[in-house]
Design a protein around this ligand. Structure first.
Ligand SMILES: [Zn+2]
Length: 312
């Protein structure tokens, strides 16, 4: 897919150049490349300069051109509303079939005389970053994309068209409400409207690690509770705290399972589990009585530990 003609580059001006600077650059180049001065070899260049100036000197056409350029380079997704991140994408226009040639025609101008230009389609891709809680419950996000449509006034046939400035297309912002399904996977790309896409990114969670439909976490358990058993309140990803049963003689590192407290499986009512790895913790500060009791325990057991394991 060829890049669209860069009128700014043709005139050697910045994209943000003001009208006066564009005019000045044009006059300088037009003098330099005028066929009367530069000879026959400069004819194409002279044409190109005039074509660029024709668009960039007209504020309306320039705005349309800028908008279409942005659409073309939708690698850079724009921020629209809360929760959207500016992320760089690689997308392959070939995935969508045929857009490349439409853009080439549009920007090279080659198709203008040969046939009526077809409406150019941008393929906006936005990225939304959601939380693990959103994955558990699903979420609807509002998305505004620039929808490029054929100009209904002139259909690209009128270079002086007041609506499209002769470009044949107009870009209009369109709002979509996109339902992100519960159980969505990281990196999922959802379709929005006809051609827009929304990529879902899931932010890391401070308490849980996602493993498929399961949630992994570490739960702190006081040493005496782990020794004789008991219950500790734990806060699931969403909803009220539940009591986690700690069996008697629960050792450090033991994996405890809370069934059905994981994530929903996308498109089904089945839910994963919450898997909690026990981390033993002393109850601090140590009182004199604690010390006395632990002294007794130490004297009862001759096993000091000392095995070495590779870290996980
Ligand atoms: Zn028009």
């Amino acid at each position: 897919m060829a890049a669209p003609k860069d009128y700014y580059k043709v005139l050697g001006v910045d994209e943000k150049a003001e009208a006066a600077a564009i005019k000045k650059a044009y006059h300088k180049l037009a003098r330099q490349y005028h066929p009367d001065v530069g000879g026959k070899g400069s004819e194409d260049k002279f044409k190109e300069i005039n074509e660029a100036y024709e668009v960039l000197s007209d504020p309306k056409r320039r705005a349309e051109y800028d908008s279409l350029r942005r659409g073309y380079a939708t690698h850079q997704s724009r921020r629209h509303g809360t929760g959207f991140e500016r992320v760089t994408h690689d997308w392959n226009p070939e995935d969508f079939g045929g857009f490349g040639s439409i853009f080439e025609d549009l920007f090279s101008g080659a198709g203008r005389e040969a046939h009526r230009p077809e409406p150019a389609r941008t393929i906006p891709e936005e990225t939304v970053r959601i939380t693990l809680e959103d994955v558990a419950q699903g979420r609807t996000v509002s998305l505004t994309v620039e929808d490029v449509k054929e100009c209904v006034v002139c259909h690209g046939t009128d270079r002086t068209c007041p609506r499209c400035g002769g470009l044949g297309q107009v870009a209009e912002p369109r709002r979509f409400d996109v339902a992100i399904p519960a159980g969505v996977e990281d990196g999922t790309v959802l379709r929005v409207g006809e051609y827009a896409r929304l990529k879902v990114e899931i932010a890391p969670h401070p308490r849980f690690l996602r493993q498929g439909d399961n949630l992994r976490g570490r739960v702190m358990v006081a040493v005496p509770v782990a020794a004789v058993g008991g219950e500790v309140p734990v806060r699931p990803l969403v909803g009220d705290p539940v009591m986690l049963k700690i069996p008697r003689h629960t050792n450090h590192g033991k994996l405890l399972r809370l069934k059905g407290l994981g994530l929903p499986h996308r498109g089904s009512s089945v839910k994963g589990d919450m898997l909690l790895e026990v981390a033993l913790r002393f109850t601090e500060p140590f009182s004199a009585q604690d010390d006395a009791l632990y002294d007794q325990l130490k004297n009862l057991h001759g096993e000091p530990g000392g095995e070495i394991h590779a870290p996980r």
